[in-house]
Design a protein. Structure first.
Lengths: 419, 360
């Protein structure tokens, strides 16, 4: 029988919502998709998961052929505001992108200043910083595990990590005085010393967490339903992961052994022995597993840091050397803040630091002119922003129903990515 | 329903039952607008368990009756907030969490911020940065009281204290002058991005020699700025050829950065290259920098060589107006809302300055 083609009059005009919902994509994209019998679906910004961004998904059947991100819903202009605040005032600002990861966010910025001013950090302060950074790393991984559970509809899996996060919040509270926004790390050290009782408490927390995490593993990590949702979904192989510049645990899940704590050690990481979990699969489940194993490593790091913590001041000699009561200020900088940091200037030049934040490599570029008391330019590349491209590529070729699983497995946190 | 039916529901004999029903089923919609979402999640998790007072987060806005605005609302989000609010059935309530939602908080003078009270009618504010879960639960209880009694009350009222009496300070205080701002900004700063530093770094010396051979005639200068940091300055036309020559060793872009220097009429555009595939080169960052005039800011795009630079180029285009030739997204919005002023990160775009005031 002879085949014939019949033209059907299908409307290919982009719908009216195209304008009212301020889509950032060109109209030709929608028209072309309609002509090829594909659909353009908007996921978000208000979606049943957590964190809002819009994904413009083009589907053929239920296979995603293209995913375009529409970020910026939490763009609060950190880079511009940093140019209007004093160097020291920027510390609370730079930790706002990811407040559950406050110590790591802060650490990168503070290290850029220290690098510029050639400040030597006392060993005790280095250990306290390491403990804080690892506490925040565990907290963030737990947070992401909870959000992943929300995404794949596992309510118990949400309750457990957030219950465990309470321990982290309590530990942070006892060390710094704040549940999430600590702002505890300052150029040249930390704000005040941590007493023995608090350190013992933090150590006890690590053991409790370890025990509870074993139960969580039974409930969520090794749950067959979770494995079915995440296994072999959103695969990024090693070559792709490198090409798209993925960072952190997601890069390690694809088989690249890159961890800033190992390649360019900072703080006490070169004195403490730890492993970096690596997986070769590169799918959503291994991205999650790598972080589960990282929590275990972080617990070990905290224990070792508490065991080996040296005595001494916690504020740099280079800052307080000229003060009369430097013994007291070296343990607690309260009351001397304005005198030490109020009119601080940073030598001219450009300083770039890499930090391993919980979700990956965090890059700060600080440009100073040498005379102003504010930064000339502060470039912040948060891990979320760096792996966004890879996240979009991982979605391609997967089913639409797996989008949540992939989103959750990346732990994408829009406030962090948009800054 | 006719208007009479509605009036009957609101004030008829069944009204208390309706109020009671609303009181114990306050369902907030999933609308995590910013970082306060961390504490909101804690409030609904097992630690604080706000579900025991009949409040449960739910995914779809058409099934919910409360919005908890979690902190900062950006221009882009404001539209979404309004759309979400309009889709919810009546009676609906709004609780605003965090200092950013009140007066802007840390981001009060940002170019991309909106106050939620200008977008939707707000019932309760919860101050704090971020507020604790207890504070949020208190707001929900307060909202329940409002539903029953019909009027909103402040939950925390503080007695006024006469500080002079308390501390024994004499009443007559000299009029104070506001303190001088410690902020000092150099009007014509000198921006150096390749300040050489003497460091002991063998690999660096080797790399620099290698680069000098490879980039002969292309690179204007190659400097070691610190351990693991090399700065390569090239002309605008040589950016692509320099980066493609470095692409055999370095496999991704870590950051694309633009520095605006208005008094010298130039933009400094930087591409930070990193390496994942070679273990020895992993810590090394190479900064390929070029200078372009401000009135003709065109740079070739490297997204063709390194796809990881794509989104960062879009971002820099939006914030500075630098045109990356070859990137198909140029001239379009990516991160910012279409209503935002153009090129906000340029130095001539000024934000409102903070003032120092002495009260009383």
């Amino acid at each position: 029988m002879e085949e014939k083609e019949y033209a059907l009059d299908v409307p290919v005009q982009p719908p009216q919502e195209y304008k009212s919902l301020f889509l950032p994509i060109p109209p030709e994209f929608v028209e072309e998709a309609y002509r090829k019998d594909e659909f353009v679906i908007l996921v978000g910004p208000q979606h049943p998961g957590s964190g809002h961004m819009r994904l413009i998904v083009r589907v053929k059947g239920d296979i995603m052929t293209e995913v375009i991100p529409d970020p910026g819903y939490v763009h609060r202009a950190i880079e511009k505001l940093a140019e209007t605040k004093l160097f020291i005032q920027n510390i609370p600002l730079v930790e706002r992108p990811a407040i559950m990861d406050c110590a790591n966010m802060c650490l990168g910025y503070v290290r850029a200043i220290e690098k510029a001013m050639d400040l030597e950090v006392p060993p005790r302060a280095k250990y306290i910083r390491t403990i804080l950074a690892e506490l925040c790393r565990i907290g963030t991984h737990l947070y992401d595990a909870g959000i992943l559970a929300v995404f794949i509809g596992h309510t118990t899996g949400f309750m457990w990590p957030f219950g465990l996060r309470e321990y982290i919040c309590e530990a942070l509270c006892r060390i710094t005085g704040a549940r999430v926004t600590a702002s505890f790390i300052i150029p040249g050290g930390v704000r005040r010393d941590v007493d023995e009782k608090t350190l013992r408490f933090v150590e006890a927390v690590t053991y409790t967490l370890e025990e509870k995490l074993r139960k969580f593993e039974k409930i969520f990590v090794k749950n067959p339903a979770v494995i079915m949702r995440l296994k072999d979904v959103g695969v990024l192989d090693k070559k792709e992961a490198i090409k798209f510049g993925i960072v952190g645990p997601f890069l390690r899940a694809s088989g690249v052994e890159y961890d800033v704590r190992k390649v360019e050690p900072y703080e006490a990481y070169d004195e403490i022995d730890f492993d970096i979990p690596v997986s070769d699969e590169g799918d959503s489940y291994s991205r999650f597993l790598v972080r589960v194993n990282e929590v275990q490593q972080s617990l070990n790091i905290i224990r070792r840091a508490i065991k080996n913590i040296p005595e001494g001041p916690v504020v740099s000699e280079g800052l307080i050397g000229k003060l009369k009561d430097k013994e007291k200020v070296g343990k607690d900088v309260r009351g001397y803040f304005f005198r030490l940091f109020g009119r601080m200037t940073v030598p001219a030049g450009e300083y770039t630091t890499l930090t391993e934040a919980a979700r990956g490599t965090l890059l700060y570029t600080l440009v100073s002119d040498g005379k102003s008391t504010v930064p000339y330019r502060l470039r912040v590349v948060t891990p979320g922003w760096a792996y966004l491209k890879g996240f979009m590529e991982a979605c391609k070729g997967e089913r639409l129903a797996d989008l949540q699983g992939i989103y959750g497995s990346f732990g994408y946190f829009p406030p962090e990515a948009d800054r | 329903m006719s208007s009479e039916d509605i009036r009957f529901l609101h004030s008829g004999p069944l009204a208390p039952i309706k109020k009671w029903g609303t009181k114990w089923s306050l369902w907030p919609v999933h609308l995590v607008t910013a970082c306060c979402g961390v504490e909101l999640a804690h409030a609904y998790a097992c630690g604080y368990d706000a579900e025991r007072i009949g409040s449960l987060n739910y995914g779809i806005c058409r099934h919910t009756n409360v919005i908890i605005v979690e902190g900062a609302i950006t221009r882009k989000m404001a539209k979404v907030l309004r759309i979400t609010w309009e889709q919810m059935p009546n009676p609906k309530f709004v609780i605003v969490m965090g200092a950013c939602g009140l007066k802007g908080g840390l981001f009060w003078n940002s170019y991309h911020m909106v106050k939620p009270s200008e977008v939707v009618p707000v019932d309760f504010f919860v101050p704090g940065c971020p507020p604790t879960p207890e504070a949020l639960i208190r707001a929900i209880v307060q909202l329940q009281d409002k539903i029953m009694s019909g009027e909103a009350k402040t939950s925390a009222e503080f007695k006024e204290v006469d500080l002079g009496k308390l501390l024994g300070v004499a009443k007559e205080v000299k009029p104070k002058k506001p303190p001088k701002s410690p902020k000092k900004v150099d009007p014509k700063p000198e921006i150096v991005i390749d300040k050489a530093k003497e460091v002991e770094w063998e690999l660096g010396q080797k790399l620099v020699e290698d680069f000098q051979k490879k980039l002969a005639g292309i690179a204007e200068s190659i400097t070691i700025t610190d351990v693991n940091r090399i700065c390569v300055k090239v002309g605008r036309d040589n950016v692509l050829s320099a980066i493609s020559k470095l692409a055999d060793k370095f496999d991704h872009v870590k950051s694309v950065n633009v520095i605006d220097v208005p008094h010298e009429n130039k933009f400094i555009v930087e591409f930070w290259l990193g390496c994942y595939s070679n273990k020895e080169l992993m810590p090394v960052l190479v900064n390929v920098a070029t200078e372009v005039p401000r009135d003709d800011p065109k740079v070739p795009s490297v997204a063709g060589i390194f796809p990881s630079a794509d989104y960062m180029e879009r971002e820099m285009h939006e914030l500075f107006g630098v045109w990356f030739e070859g990137n198909p997204w140029m001239g379009r919005n990516f991160l910012l809302d279409p209503d935002t002023p153009k090129y906000p990160l340029r130095k001539d775009f000024k934000l409102e300055e903070d003032k120092f005031v002495v009260e009383g």
